[in-house]
Structures are given as structure tokens and as C-alpha cells.
Design a binder for this molecule. Structure first.
Ligand code: HEM
Ligand code: FES
Length: 782
């Protein structure tokens, strides 16, 4: 045995192993001591899987675990690549017993005729996709709407039962039973035998993903066998009444049309596996979410104050502490992942909970941030053609539970306790979750109407529009005629997020519907403070008029962001900044940054008159001769064609101002290299969709295996959402770039203002909120 570290490649491995054990991988490579010690049934993994494999994520992202006989994959990109290719990485082992059982237990299972086989989650192609497509409709956001009142009523009545007690085990008293009831309703199963089912489904988890001791195996086998037989009986009952509501009855009806796609074996196996898929995952996810939120009392308070944050908080909880910690795949041909050779037959444990903490994908990944922009990129629901079909039902349930708790028990706190988990690799949630509160302080004792208030749920992926943060206006300063500067700070004294030059924020001007974008104009190095300047535009849509009429020092505002779609390339040899009127706001921050970097730059600033131009003194002091001011009433105009006549090697032009000026600049920069002109747009020139002038088109989704038709009256974004495909969005007007999707083939009719000409010509990405197909079909990497 050697205890010396070996350098990368010396062993044939692409990673630097730490000290080595005596074990070897099936490919003959040495196994590091940490890899040899990896044991997912240990308390360390059970308590915190991403922490338990941090060493791997950071240093040895793919390793072989001799104890488990699996290759373990820990990084986001590698795991997504595995999910993406369900032919090379077959899901057929997803429901296999991770710990093989002994002869006695196998005999018990056989005595019940146990034959759990392929469902959806463990079915290979070509059988899987046709079945998934046939069975998908009951999961679309539209079809899920009618389950919402039932989930709400359940949540309300369960909280009624314990709200006056001052303490509860949320798992035992609510979170276990409601998702089970919802699962049964969704599937169309009668509600009786809930307690028996509860025992059965735990047994199934231990049987599939756990490590029962030999003496436990027989008892587990009996429970699983009973569960199997029960599932068969229920299915028979359903066949007598196939028109009843429920996903299983839907499957029975589809079987008549497509008997080779929806087989008997599928129906029986799904009857059992479906309950577990829909029940435990959601129960555990909510218990994990409540534990996490109550462990962060400040975050919990913010959520109680602003329930609009709940949909994104649900995603962040699923990311930070999801209920499925790892999933499995089987390698069908010799291949490589992340540079590591994986021979055909290799079994993979893909630790999705570790991917969700990968710094390369989620900045400050361990931070629990319910306003995180890309929280819903988590892999807790898997990805691609097998991605969880029930994700939107689960999201809906979780939103309703959190809404109920934040509204009716905002003073709830976590009791002292040690959390225990059913030892297994995949399904994860505390077995008990004790919370306490003072019933005398229940808000509904003083306002009984609170009990019945409803906040609408959002079915599907959360919109970034909802992720608002409160700020306080510290100062309002007039900085030119018709322009005020607002200095914004956080209400609790903590610094506001850092920002970079060119960023903007969205300000809710009185109501969430009236949200306007304003560039940040202060000093990016001044941490914790945000400054914007707002020009009063009487002809505008009302945002600036509201700011000028209403906002005063001490007021609270709600903002979103900061976000940057107008980044300064800090490696440039030279930058030319062009600002017109209030367009000086982002440009002033960029020029300040260019100066701080010691970059060569010039700043050209035009306006109607000096009286109406903000920051003149400050800019003159900071930039001296680099600043060129053009006040029209002094007869000075910026001669853009002359200024930009000769392209400057390596330079870029950054411009913000009136549309006319930006359009003129396009012409002036025609001789400049592609991408040399960067402009910030705040107004969308996109017309709203006119169905009379649009045509329908098809998109083929490579990763999900679906074909979606986009009718003339719908955007690609909304057609994707209706088909249960998650795509992020923000502005939904082609301005921000957040709905970008990758295009594999087909010609795109680009309508956004985000992509440059060469990016459009490259034809490998598009904005789903506004762009369409020129003709025919597009193939997307989704
Ligand atoms: C598949 C997680 C809730 C039904 C999956 C997969 C995961 C998962 C990891 C495998 C994904 C893959 O292989 O790429 C979760 C989590 C849930 C949840 C974390 C709750 C928070 C539900 C619910 C239902 C459901 C409520 C049903 C009502 C399914 C089905 C599949 C699946 C049918 C198989 C899809 C296929 O292979 O085509 N889920 N699930 N899940 N889930 Fe969920
Ligand atoms: Fe902003 Fe599409 S959502 S560009």
C-alpha cells in the first residue's frame, strides 16, 4: 500500500489522487484512500451528501467506490452530460436494489409473485419515449390546475389540527400524509389503507436504495411483496372503471389505443413505483425545505414578509437540500466522462446533490439564497428525456405548504433535535421535524380571515419577475433639471449585492406590474449601496413620473437585480464611450471602471443643454480631458461619423442613449469589426406578436426527445412551458438574454436585441421569448 500522492496522468487517471489505498478500479487504476472510504450508508452522507463528497467535487470528481461497486460522479457538467445521453448511459438500473438481497429474501419476494419491472424511470429506448409521450398530458401545467384546490384544502385542514398546540412534528402530522393523499388522488387510487401504504413505501425505499441487514431483509421482502400484491388489486379495481379520473386510469385508456406502448407489466409496476415517485420525494422535499428555512431565521422572516418569493425559494430548497440526493445509470458502451474511461457495464452513482453545490455552476454554491437567479438549474428532478414528469405537481404542493406555513405560523421555530434519515443513497429527508411556536401569538387569533387567504401558486418554473428584494431610499438628490438620483441601501444594514459597471436594476414603481429598468450609476467599488438616476419623462409609461412624484428619503422600494447585460470587456486596449442624455448612467459607471483599470478610453456625452445633463462636474473632475461634452443649445454636436470613421484596432464602442442615436451609431460602425459596437437597450422595439403575420413551426428537443408545435399566436417560450420544459426568462421582450436556448439546426428568425450579428449568423443560439423559426423545424438542445 502506498500513501504517496501521485500526479495527474501518472496512473492513467486525469485527476490528482490523494493517498492511495490498496484497491484498484475495474480499469486497473489505483483508488485513492478517500474513494476507498466512500460509504453512502454512513452518517456523514446521510446528514449532508454534498458536503460528504466535497473533496471529490473539488479534487477527484469521478472516482470508483470499491465498497459500492459504482463509479461516483460529482460535478454538474459531468452529471448533465450523463443525463443528456440516455443511450450510452442507460437508466435501466435506476430501481435496482443497490444492495443485493440474500436467497431467503428473494424467495419471499418470489412467493408474492413480485415482478417489479420497467416503468418509465428505468425504461430504455426505444420503448421509453413513446410511452412517456402517450402518458404526459395529465402532467402539463394546464392539466395540473384542477388539483390545486384539493392540495390547498388538505394543507389548511392539517394545519387546523395542530395550530393551537404550540408544537408539531411536521413530518408525522402533515408532510408525510398530504403528498401521499395527493399522489393517490393523482394516480386515481382509493384513499384507504394509508398507514399500511406508508409502511410499504418505506420498505420499498430500503429494498431499493438502502442496505438492510440480512435479518431485516426478510421482513422488508414481506412488506414489499404485500405492496406488490396490493398494487395489483388496486389496478384490477381500476380496470372496472377506466373512465374515473386519475393518471393510472388515463394509462388504462391509452392501453386500449396503444397496447404495445402501455403494457400490463408497465401498469402493474407503475402502480407501485408511482406512489413512491410521487409521495416520498415530495414529502421529503418539503421537510428538507422547512428544516433549511427555519435554520435560517432571517430568510424565513423575509419569506413570511414577501410570499412572492416562495416559488423561487422552493427551487433554492430543492437545489440546496433536495430530496433526491443521487441517481443511477448504467454504461452501455465504452466511453469517457470528464476524461475518465468508463467501460461498458460500469454502474454510475450520479450525485445530483453534489452537482447542485458545484461552484462552477452556482456561484457561492453553499450559500442559501432564495433570490438566486439560476436556482432552478438544479438537477434534483434529473434532466433530459427522463426528467421528472411530476416536477410541477411537486412544485405546486411545496408552494402551497410554504404559503400555508408562512401565513399562519410565521413565528414557528425549529425545536432542539437530532435529525435521522432512512439510510439509503437516494431518497433523503428527516424522519421527524419538530417545530414549536407560541399559539397565543397565532396571527389568525387577531385576524381570523387570515386562515382563508390564498396566494396564487405558479405552476411551472418560477419567473424571475417574482424575485424582488426590499431596499430603503437613503437619499434623493436632484442632479440636473428633471433628473433625480436615488441612493438605495438595504433595510437591515447588510450590504446589497455587489454589481459590475453596466448593470441595471428593475424598480417596482408602486406596483409589481409597473416595473422599470434603471442602470446603476455609482461606484461599483462602493460595496453595499446602489445608485440610480431617473429622468422625468412625462410622455413615458408612468414609472419615472411615479419616482419623481412619490419617492422620498426613508421610503421602502422593491427592486430586482442587479443584472448586467452590458458588460465592459476589461481586457480591451481601448474603449470609446458614447452617451446621450440619461444614457450617461451605465456609461458613467463603465468610464469610472475603465479609469480604475488604467485603460485607454474616451467619453463622449451629448445632451440638449448643460442644465439637463447629469453628473457633469463629477465627470469632469474624474475624467479631465478624456471627457467631451456636447450641449446642443451651445451649438455643439457629437459628429459620430467623424468620430468613428476609422476603426481602432482592438477597441470597442459602448453606447447608451436615445434610439435615434443608437441607430445612427450602427451605421457609423459599419466598417468596424463585428461586435465592436455594444449598446444598452431599455426599450424593446419588438412588436407584440401579431398572429396574422406569423406562421406555426416545430421544435425538436434533442435532450427531452419531444417535438413541440409553436402556433402563430404563441411564443416559443410559452409553448415550451406548456409542454413541461423549463426555460428561464426575465424580460420576455428580447432584451435581457436570460431565455437563451442552444440551437442545433434550423434557421432562426432572430428578433432580440441581445445577440450580435456574428452570433446570429453562427445560428447556434436564440432567445425563446421572441425569436422564431424562419421556416420548417428547429432542433434545440433542451
Ligand atoms: C422521475 C425526482 C416528484 C413522477 C424522476 C427522477 C427524479 C425525480 C430524480 C429521475 C430523473 C431522470 O432520470 O432524469 C423527483 C423529486 C420530486 C418528484 C425530487 C419531488 C420533489 C414526483 C411526483 C410525481 C413524479 C409528484 C408524480 C406525480 C415521476 C415520473 C418519473 C420521475 C413518472 C419518470 C419519468 C421518465 O423516466 O420519463 N423524479 N420527483 N415525481 N418522476 Fe419524479
Ligand atoms: Fe429576456 Fe427573453 S426573457 S430576452
Amino acid at each position: 500500500m502506498s500513501d504517496t500522492a501521485i500526479p495527474p496522468h501518472a496512473s492513467g487517471c486525469p485527476v490528482a489522487h490523494g493517498p492511495l489505498s490498496s484497491e484498484r478500479t475495474p480499469t486497473g487504476c489505483p483508488v485513492s484512500e478517500r474513494a476507498a472510504g466512500f460509504d453512502p450508508f454512513e452518517d456523514g452522507y446521510q446528514q449532508d451528501p454534498p458536503e460528504y463528497v466535497r473533496w471529490a467535487r473539488e479534487k477527484e470528481p469521478i472516482f470508483f467506490s470499491p465498497k459500492l461497486g459504482y463509479w461516483v460522479i460529482t460535478r454538474y457538467d459531468d452529471i448533465k452530460a450523463v443525463f443528456r445521453d440516455n443511450i450510452t448511459f442507460s437508466p435501466s438500473n435506476a430501481l435496482e436494489k443497490i444492495t443485493p438481497t440474500g436467497d431467503e429474501a428473494n424467495a419471499v419476494l418470489a412467493s408474492y409473485g413480485f415482478a417489479l419491472n420497467r416503468t418509465l424511470v428505468n425504461e430504455d429506448e426505444p420503448a421509453h419515449m413513446p410511452r412517456r409521450r402517450v402518458l404526459m398530458d395529465p402532467f402539463t401545467p394546464e392539466a395540473l390546475k384542477h388539483h390545486e384546490p384539493m392540495v390547498r384544502e388538505l394543507a389548511r385542514s392539517y394545519v387546523d389540527r395542530f395550530i393551537d398546540d404550540g408544537k408539531a412534528d411536521l413530518v408525522d402530522q402533515m408532510l408525510w400524509e398530504i403528498p401521499l393523499t395527493v399522489a393517490l388522488h393523482f394516480l386515481g387510487v382509493p384513499e384507504e389503507d394509508m398507514d399500511t401504504l406508508r409502511k410499504y413505501s418505506i420498505a420499498h425505499t430500503v429494498n431499493t436504495w438502502g442496505r438492510p441487514k440480512p435479518e431485516e431483509q426478510v421482513a422488508v421482502a414481506h412488506a414489499v411483496g404485500n405492496f406488490w400484491q396490493y398494487a395489483g388489486k388496486v389496478l384490477e379495481k381500476m380496470r372496472q372503471d377506466p373512465d374515473a379520473p386519475g393518471w393510472m386510469q388515463y394509462g388504462i385508456r391509452k392501453q386500449k389505443l396503444h397496447p404495445e406502448v402501455v403494457t400490463d407489466s408497465y401498469l402493474h409496476s407503475m402502480m407501485m413505483a408511482g406512489i413512491v415517485a410521487a409521495h416520498e420525494t415530495t414529502a421529503n422535499a418539503t421537510a428538507n425545505a422547512m428544516k433549511l428555512l427555519l435554520q435560517h431565521p432571517q430568510v424565513w422572516r423575509e419569506l413570511c414578509e414577501d410570499p412572492g418569493l416562495i416559488p423561487n425559494a422552493v427551487e433554492e430548497c430543492l437545489r440546496h437540500n433536495g430530496s433526491v440526493a443521487a441517481w443511477r445509470r448504467l454504461v452501455t458502451r465504452d466511453t469517457q466522462v470528464g476524461g475518465v474511461d468508463l467501460p461498458a457495464g460500469s454502474r454510475l452513482l450520479i450525485v445530483t446533490s453534489s452537482a447542485n453545490h458545484d461552484e462552477a455552476h452556482f456561484s457561492d454554491a453553499d450559500l442559501f439564497d432564495i433570490r438566486r437567479d439560476n436556482a432552478s438549474d438544479h438537477l434534483t428532478f434529473g434532466y433530459g428525456s427522463h426528467q421528472c414528469m411530476g416536477k410541477n405537481l411537486a412544485r405546486m404542493e411545496m408552494q402551497i405548504f410554504l404559503e400555508e406555513f408562512t401565513r399562519r405560523l410565521p413565528h414557528m421555530r425549529l425545536s432542539q433535535q437530532r435529525f435521522s434519515y432512512v439510510p439509503n443513497t437516494s431518497f433523503r429527508g428527516p424522519e421527524h421535524l419538530w417545530v414549536e411556536w407560541d399559539p397565543a401569538a397565532n396571527p389568525e387569533r387577531s385576524s381570523p380571515k387570515l386562515r382563508d387567504v390564498q396566494v396564487p401558486v405558479r405552476i411551472g418554473e418560477p419567473s424571475r419577475h417574482a424575485i424582488a428584494r426590499p431596499v430603503v431610499v437613503e437619499r434623493v438628490t436632484p442632479v440636473a433639471e428633471g433628473i433625480v438620483k436615488l441612493r438605495l441601501v438595504s433595510p437591515d444594514g447588510k450590504p446589497l449585492p455587489r454589481w459590475t459597471a453596466g448593470s441595471h436594476i428593475d424598480v417596482e414603481c408602486g406596483t409589481p406590474e409597473l416595473s422599470r429598468q434603471y442602470s446603476l450609476c455609482g461606484d461599483p467599488d462602493q460595496a453595499g449601496v446602489l445608485e440610480i438616476a431617473v429622468l422625468h419623462e412625462p410622455e413615458g409609461r408612468g414609472g419615472s413620473a411615479w419616482v419623481h412624484a412619490q419617492v422620498k428619503a426613508g421610503d421602502r422600494l422593491r427592486i430586482r437585480g442587479p443584472r448586467n447585460h452590458f458588460r465592459l470587456d476589461e481586457s480591451l486596449p481601448k474603449a470609446i464611450f458614447v452617451a446621450g442624455g440619461i444614457g450617461i448612467t451605465p456609461v458613467s459607471a463603465m468610464a469610472r471602471r475603465a479609469k480604475a483599470l488604467g485603460m485607454d478610453y474616451e467619453l463622449h456625452y451629448s445632451g440638449r443643454s448643460r442644465r439637463r445633463m447629469a453628473f457633469l462636474d463629477e465627470l469632469a473632475a474624474l475624467h479631465g480631458e478624456r471627457l467631451h461634452v456636447y450641449a446642443r443649445d451651445e451649438g455643439r454636436r457629437c459628429d459620430l461619423p467623424a468620430l468613428l470613421a476609422e476603426p481602432v484596432a482592438g477597441a470597442q464602442v459602448y453606447a447608451c442613449g436615445p434610439l435615434r442615436m443608437l441607430e445612427a451609431l450602427e451605421g457609423c460602425c459599419a466598417a468596424w469589426p463585428e461586435g465592436a459596437l455594444r449598446v444598452e437597450h431599455f426599450e424593446s422595439t419588438l412588436a407584440t406578436l401579431d398572429p396574422a403575420r406569423e406562421h406555426a413551426f416545430e421544435v425538436e428537443l434533442k435532450d427531452s426527445g419531444l417535438v413541440v408545435i409553436v402556433p402563430p399566436e404563441q411564443t416559443l417560450l410559452s409553448a415550451l412551458r406548456a409542454a413541461n420544459v423549463d426555460v428561464q426568462s426575465d424580460c420576455e421582450e428580447g432584451l435581457c438574454g436570460s431565455c437563451e436556448v442552444r440551437v442545433l439546426s434550423g434557421r432562426v428568425d432572430h428578433r432580440d436585441v441581445v445577440l450580435t450579428r456574428s452570433e446570429r449568423e453562427a445560428n447556434n443560439k436564440m432567445m425563446a421569448c421572441c425569436s422564431r423559426a424562419c421556416e420548417g423545424r428547429l432542433v434545440l438542445e433542451l
